[in-house]
Design a protein around this ligand. Structure first.
Ligand code: NAP
Length: 514
């Protein structure tokens, strides 16, 4: 039995230990308690002011190039603690070592990438020109130029439990580069890893005072105290996203809110792909990875797999065989390729979700049965939906669970079924038929933030659709939250105000032009 760690918050330039009521976090493989957290006793108004009055001015004084260097240094500091953090992730989040790297290297990689994107902003101080200037009046004397200026508030980042390091880092990268200080709140189940990363960040001394604060526990009345120059960026379930977006204070002040929520990501096998096609192997590998990796707790993981009726038997047989080979267990044991879910709540919710899907679909492998006496384990689960299935297009089961959906192979049918998800983060298409692919992309793009195209030409080279890359947008419409993150320098936009500056061309173009 190890001693319980106190997971403190970092506010107002010091560590604040939990007072009063606390919550306990456990090792999801053994259920052994690991730490206690809570934010009782924190003055959230003072936390916001600290960021606005000390962190914001300090960051803005550095200019875009200077802030880019901070990100590179932060990436280096976190990378320096990599081995310790990988071990901690296995203990407190139930990740395999490879899943832990996915989170942690994703975090440092995204910070480093934004450090590099900032190179093109070198020399930029208080604002960024946005596009070319434009003649507004009868002559060119009256001129207009859009500029992007850092908001004078603070960014509150409420993160999901599934990527404790990456989720915090990708939001921080964009906000800090834009010049806006951050308050980070991790998902509780895996907060221990985020807390340790926060310690590394603070100990590194890289960031100016007030630029980074960390809340380990509830946000109290923080949202009720946010103002018109602040930003709320949230990642989590659609239900929580809707609740936070509706906060009366945020609505009253039109606080900029970015929501990254859940998604019924679809993969579509086109009718031209048979088992001999090179891309077929990658299709199987990607699906298996999405179900196994992070025990399916990935917002971009595939939930619905559309397969032409003629290919159903082959796909079903191959996937069931592949999933059956996955060794499940405590990630610290040899050979384990899939760990537990992150918490008892997650296990309960996944079991309920599988049972709900199974009311209309057939379980081909996996299911709700307990795997071990202790720990939050569930088997990789594949279901087969009938043609008139509905729940599969409505319910996200946030675990190692996906459903096969047979279809005719017709592109219009595929588009209609994919879009029934109500708005997604990513949809993946597997085809070597250009016309089919073009029609599919056109049909599903309005409902998706990202479309991934697999073909024999990229088989073995394309990064998996579940990967979120700093240079590509992350986020999607509708149930996916309607938000947008990353995408290179586009990722800074939530933290910048766009202003049209109008006046004498000699002034506007010279002082504010590109
Ligand atoms: P969640 O229950 O919605 O929680 C998300 C975050 O919101 C957590 O930090 C949670 O804190 C916090 N929270 C909950 N209620 C709150 C309230 N009333 N006020 C302030 N904060 C509140 O989601 P989750 O279970 O952590 O994450 C899983 C979900 O996130 C899945 O649906 C998944 O699809 C989605 N997700 C989406 C993305 C994306 O980029 N689109 C990425 C990852 C995950 P506590 O943990 O302390 O309750």
């Amino acid at each position: 039995m190890t001693s319980l760690k106190t997971l403190s918050s970092y506010v107002l330039g010091r560590w604040h230990a939990p007072e009063g009521d606390t919550r306990t976090v456990v090792d999801p493989s053994t259920e052994e308690p690991l730490g206690e957290l809570g934010t009782a006793g924190i003055d959230f108004g003072a936390v916001l002011d600290h960021a606005r009055t000390i962190g914001g001015p300090a960051l803005r004084s550095l200019g875009f190039g200077g802030r880019g260097k901070l990100l590179a240094d932060l990436a280096g500091a976190i990378h320096g603690a990599r081995e310790e953090l990988l071990d901690l992730s296995m203990a407190c989040a139930g990740t395999t070592r490879s899943d832990a790297k996915f989170d942690l290297d994703g975090a440092t990689g995204t910070l480093a990438a934004y450090g590099q994107f900032a190179a093109e902003l070198e020399g930029r101080g208080a604002f960024l020109p946005d596009g070319e200037g434009v003649q507004l009046g009868r002559t060119a004397r009256f001129w207009g130029q859009h500029i992007l200026v850092p908001r004078r508030g603070v960014a509150v980042h409420i993160n999901a439990f599934n990527f404790p390091a990456w989720n915090m880092a990708e939001k921080m990268a964009c906000s800090l580069l834009a010049g806006v200080p951050v308050i980070e709140k991790p998902g509780t189940a895996t907060a221990m890893l985020a807390w340790r990363v926060a310690e590394v960040i603070v100990d590194s001394g890289v960031l100016p005072e007030g630029a980074f604060q960390f809340l380990c526990g509830s946000t109290g009345d923080l949202l009720d105290r946010m103002g018109p120059q602040d930003v709320l960026a949230f990642t989590g379930s659609s239900a929580t996203g809707a609740l936070l977006r509706g906060n009366a204070n945020l609505v009253r002040h039109n606080v900029h809110v970015n929501v990254e929520a859940d998604s019924l990501n679809a993969a579509v096998l086109a009718p031209d792909v048979d088992t001999d096609a090179e891309i077929y192997g990658q299709f199987l590998a990607n699906i298996e990875t999405d179900i196994r990796q992070k025990t399916g707790q990935k917002c971009t993981a595939v939930r619905r797999i559309l397969v032409p009726e003629a290919m159903l038997d082959a796909v079903r047989e191959d996937l069931v065989a592949g999933l059956g080979r996955i060794a499940i267990g405590d990630p610290r044991e040899d050979g384990v390729r899939m760990g537990p879910l992150a918490s008892a709540d997650a296990l309960r919710s996944v079991r309920e979700g599988i049972a709900k899907l199974a009311e209309e679909s057939e379980i081909l492998t996996g299911g709700v049965d307990a795997i071990r006496e202790k720990g939050f384990f569930v088997a990789p689960t594949l279901l087969l939906a009938p043609g008139d299935a509905e729940v599969v297009h409505e319910l996200e089961v946030f675990g190692p669970v996906a459903t096969l959906i047979p279809y005719s192979g017709d592109v219009e049918t595929a588009i209609e079924l994919v879009n029934r998800g109500g708005g997604g983060l990513v949809a993946s298409l597997y085809s070597n038929d250009r016309a089919w692919t073009e029609a599919a992309v056109e049909g599903i793009s309005p409902w998706h933030g990202r479309v991934w195209i697999g073909s024999d030409r990229v088989a073995g080279q394309a990064l998996a659709p579940g990967m979120v890359l700093p240079a590509s947008q992350h986020g999607g419409p509708g149930r996916a939250g309607g938000g947008s993150e990353l995408g290179g320098l586009r990722g800074l936009e939530p933290y910048l105000q766009r202003t049209a500056v109008q006046g004498f061309q000699g002034l506007v173009a010279a002082s504010f032009g590109a």
